[in-house]
Design a protein. Structure first.
Lengths: 669, 297
């Protein structure tokens, strides 16, 4: 995308030819050719002088062609900032300031190598990315890079598009729904392309098409990188639930995008730059081929909006979640420690270690003997492999609950009503008619200020309701308990209480190893047919109890004369958070007299409350050896098949957030 | 005179022709029950394929013995029905003897076996559950191998019937083993090779290959009586599964089950003669059939 010196000269020449042509036209009939030539030269000199003055006023002698674009860019960036301030204020101002800063920086370093500057800055930011946990700072950095690259690297080609995008994205909170894209995003892009095209046309520096395409190219890349930098990948995975397999997360997450843009657009042409480019390509290739378990990521969170704050929050969520280190770091460690002969094994071990470390950090354990023990436990858990489960598709009726999306009529902008009532609707479908409690709380937050709301459910001033109705929509109203003034985030939380999710697990029992060898094929083609038939199954509810039971927990065929182990975990599947496990019971085992083999494991089959302070995708519950009853040890048939049931009783929290509620109190009020 | 003679010859010829032409009706019946591969057949026309949860289940299976021998200790078992959803009063039903086909019972024996039980409730929220189960049939029976063979204690000889020719004469080679299409059971003698000992005493060795040619599998093989004419033979099993010479237990499920039987004995005469070979083989056999049972709410 960088315009070369040669191309720049060519543009200059073209411009001069156009000026000469125009001057000739304006000079009148060809009566005195020499006089006309002299007039033409004079005209060129004047035009050139005018241009220089115009440009020097706006961009202090910008030496390249199309100086008006520089002005437009600067103006656009400033306009972006200004417009944003008018609309949203607060943290958004940070982004606008970054835009202006990018413009100023551009002026200062326009004669230097912007690609190289971007490379250095991008790499530095990437190196400290882990520590950037402040939204405003992240927004400032991303905005700076976006405007900087648009202004310098792409030489303002896409500046209109970028500016319009910035106003929309930051100022209006950034919406991704199809309707918005259809009605606003495309027209915005088209407007940008048209403006740029027309400017090019009227300035005689190119055609409308050239300007439009340049606008699209020069704008799309900075915008794309801006979104990626703020954490779009996490958003794609977590908010839109795009299967992780489709996106190579490692590839996208561990790439210093701004740095790469810089290294591939720098004007420097040294051996070092060439080497760095090759290394960058190798880095990307290695990331593609090394790969990391996508399941390492995956904090699910519900939100109605998907603006930059949500993107950033998604990135933070992913950072807070359990994740491995950059695989190349693992490679480095293995190379340094000299484990070249077993590089694959070493990298895998290092990745596991980093996962364990991340898990311990997530639990708040960061040092000392406690950390050592935690690492040991986490690694042991990984070696064992947690109990796995799957969705029972035959169970068509199950509990669902979700907040209805916020309607257009939601009062996002409020004047002179500091205690306006804000609505929300929780749709609960309870086909099995469980006795279900719902506790609702709401609040309005602005920075560190938090104002609680008073809740009204279905016309009654209460925040709890117990119901077993099949369809029970909760119309919730929330009124702030103190006056609001300014921009707030409205957050409403509904905790569904005492949800019972039943999990089944089917096992075949044979008496001896010989029987297993004889009947395994038949069992796996009939009673336990299907690749996931050995997994525990539950309805597609908010959380489930996963468990395995057998000589090995995952093996669906149990040899009855060998020790039998039970392993169980809880998996949080919903968009909200599993708040509390009220109890779990392996009812079938208890009913049939299957008991823990050791007296120390008496809580293995049944346990009371467990509080889970933060969202954890998989929570390990228990593991113990079980003693089978004679009924399961000696039977007349070659094998028997039986399904065992277990119940999980829990509370689950669903949250809806509405960002950017603006309450303005006018002076007269 | 001539015409009387011709007429008499015609009448006599006609009588002879008619007599030969209706031989099947008036002659002895041919017993084909001990030919080919024949075995037990299972049908389950009345056993339900779909039932409702919280209901009773009952149905029958029909077993028919198409083999040429009686089947004893017949057991039919329903395997793989999830006990959490289907509870049968008995998962195994037995029949002492199921007669095979014979001259007196051309169709073979047939028995109807009934199963009863309870279908329990489905898991919460489930509207149906499909049970894939097996019907396992096990029984004991036998197979008899009784061809007529020509034996000779001399040099290796080849030929049809007892018209032997010396090996080497006229480019003759040792004969390939004679093949058989089955003896009316799933376990079949596939081929027979007769090897006379040369020199010394009049001894002979008979080598046979026995294999499972039915749809199930052999669990056990045991040798019964064996004789060449009136002289008893000493027989034993050979092969990779053989641990004891008098019997073979098949534990593993193999794609083809085949074993060798080698018998030896003394001949009645040093001259080639035609005689009856008789080998009795007892076996335990089992086969399975897949079935589905859909439980609906």
């Amino acid at each position: 995308m960088v315009i070369s010196e040669e191309q720049r000269r060519s543009n200059e020449a073209l411009k001069e030819r156009l000026l000469r042509k125009r001057a000739f036209r304006e000079a009148g009939p060809v009566e005195r050719p020499l006089a006309q030539l002299a007039a033409t030269e004079r005209k060129i000199a004047e035009d050139s002088s005018k241009n220089n003055k115009f440009f020097s006023k706006l961009s202090k002698g910008f030496s390249r062609s199309r100086p008006y674009l520089g002005a437009a860019a600067k103006g656009g960036a400033k306009f972006g900032g200004g417009a944003t301030k008018l609309i949203v204020k607060g943290g958004i101002a940070a982004g606008s300031a970054a835009g202006s800063a990018a413009s100023a920086a551009h002026e200062k370093i326009r004669d230097s190598d912007p690609g190289f500057v971007l490379f250095i800055a991008g790499m530095l930011v990437f190196a400290f990315n882990e520590y950037i946990d402040n939204y405003s700072l992240a927004l400032i950095i991303a905005t700076f890079f976006m405007f900087y690259s648009a202004l310098t690297v792409f030489e303002k080609e896409g500046i209109v598009f970028v500016t319009l995008f910035f106003i929309w994205y930051v100022g209006l909170g950034g919406r991704y729904d199809i309707a918005f894209i259809r009605y606003y995003a495309f027209p915005l892009a088209l407007a940008g392309m048209l403006v740029h095209g027309l400017v090019k046309k009227f300035r005689h520096t190119g055609t409308v098409a050239e300007g439009a395409i340049g606008e699209l190219k020069g704008g799309a890349i900075p915008i794309l990188l801006f979104i990626m930098d703020l954490g779009l990948i996490d958003l794609l995975l977590n908010y839109f639930k795009i299967p992780a397999a489709i996106i190579n997360i490692t590839f996208l997450k561990f790439v210093p995008w701004w740095g790469l843009l810089g290294i591939f657009t720098t004007r420097k042409d040294t051996t070092l730059i060439t080497v760095l480019r090759v290394l960058a390509i190798l880095y990307i290739i290695s990331l593609i081929f090394v790969g990391v378990a996508p399941s390492a990521y995956g904090e699910l969170k519900e939100s109605v909006g998907t603006g930059p704050e949500e993107l950033f929050q998604a990135r933070l969520d992913a950072q807070k979640g359990i994740k491995p280190e950059n695989p190349l770091t693992s490679y480095g460690t293995c190379l340094i420690t000299g484990r070249l002969a077993e590089l694959d094994v070493c990298v895998s071990e290092e990745q596991k270690k980093s996962l364990a470390k991340s898990a311990c950090k997530n639990m708040g354990i960061t040092s000392g003997a406690e950390l050592d023990q935690c690492l040991k436990d986490e690694l042991a858990k990984m070696e064992r492999g947690g109990a796995k489960g799957t969705t029972d598709l035959s169970r068509k009726e199950f509990l669902t609950a979700e907040f209805m999306p916020v309607k257009d009529s939601f009062p996002r902008m409020v004047f002179n009503e500091p205690r306006k009532i804000y609505p929300a609707t929780l749709l609960v479908k309870n086909p099995l008619q469980q006795q279900l409690g719902v506790e609702v709380n709401c609040k309005f937050t602005r920075g560190s200020v938090e104002i609680q709301g008073e809740v009204n459910i279905n016309g009654e001033k209460k925040n709890r309701q117990v119901s077993s109705r099949k369809n029970d929509p909760l119309n919730i109203l929330c009124q702030p308990s103190a006056d609001l003034n300014g921009r707030y985030t409205f957050e409403i939380e509904a905790v569904l209480m005492d949800i019972v999710t039943t999990t089944t697990l089917t096992r075949a029992l044979v008496k001896t190893q010989l029987d297993k060898e004889r009947w395994e094929g038949e069992i796996k083609s009939t009673a336990l047919a299907g690749f996931d038939s050995g997994l525990s199954r539950s309805a597609d509810e908010f959380a489930r109890l996963n468990y395995g039971f057998g000589n090995f927990p995952d093996d669906p065929i149990i040899i009855a004369d060998r020790p039998v182990v039970l392993s169980a975990s809880v998996e949080d599947l919903g968009k909200g958070q599993l708040k509390r496990i009220k109890s779990y019971t392996f009812s079938s085992f208890l009913e049939k007299g299957i008991a823990p083999a050791s007296a120390d494991d008496q809580n293995c089959l049944q346990r009371g409350e467990i509080v889970i302070p933060q969202k954890v995708r998989n929570y390990h519950l228990t593991e113990c050896f079980l003693e089978l009853t004679p009924e399961y040890k000696s039977f007349s048939l070659p094998f028997i098949v039986e399904t065992f049931e277990a119940q999980l009783v829990y509370d689950y929290s669903l949250t809806q957030k509405v960002l950017g509620i603006q309450v303005e109190i006018t002076l007269g009020k | 005179m001539n015409s009387k003679l011709i007429l008499s010859a015609l009448i006599l010829s006609s009588l002879l022709f008619l007599g030969c032409g209706t031989g099947n009706q008036i002659g002895p019946e041919v017993d084909d029950s001990k030919i080919g591969v024949k075995e037990l057949a299972l049908s389950s026309d009345t056993f339900p394929q779909a039932v409702f949860a919280n209901s009773q289940i009952q149905g029958t299976f029909t077993l028919k013995n198409n083999a040429g021998y009686d089947a004893e200790n017949v057991q039919i078992k329903l395997l793989g029905l999830d006990r959490n959803y289907v509870e049968l009063l008995s998962e195994t039903e037995s029949i002492n003897i199921l007669p095979g086909r014979s001259l007196f019972s051309k169709e073979g024996g047939e028995e109807i076996i009934a199963f009863r039980g309870t279908v329990k409730n489905l898991a919460k929220g489930a509207d149906q559950n499909t049970q894939r189960y097996l019907v396992l049939v096990t029984y004991s029976s036998k197979v008899e191998f009784s061809p007529t063979v020509c034996v000779d204690s001399g040099l290796y000889l080849v030929g049809s019937g007892c018209n032997f020719k010396e090996i080497g004469a006229g480019g003759k080679k040792r004969p390939t083993p004679e093949t058989f299409s089955g003896q009316g059971a799933p376990v079949a003698f596939n081929n027979l090779e007769i090897i006379p000992y040369t020199g010394t005493e009049s001894e002979i060795e008979l080598r046979m290959k026995v294999a499972d040619r039915g749809r199930g599998q052999i669990k056990l093989l045991r040798l019964g009586r064996s004789a060449l004419g009136s002289i008893p033979l000493q027989c034993e099993f050979h092969g990779k599964n053989v641990e004891r010479p008098e019997g073979v237990i098949f534990n593993e499920k193999a794609s083809s089950q085949e074993v060798d039987i080698v018998c030896s004995g003394k001949l009645e005469s040093g001259v080639a003669y035609k005689t009856a070979l008789f080998i009795e083989l007892f076996y335990d056999y089992e086969f399975t059939e897949n079935r589905n049972l859909e439980i609906r709410r």
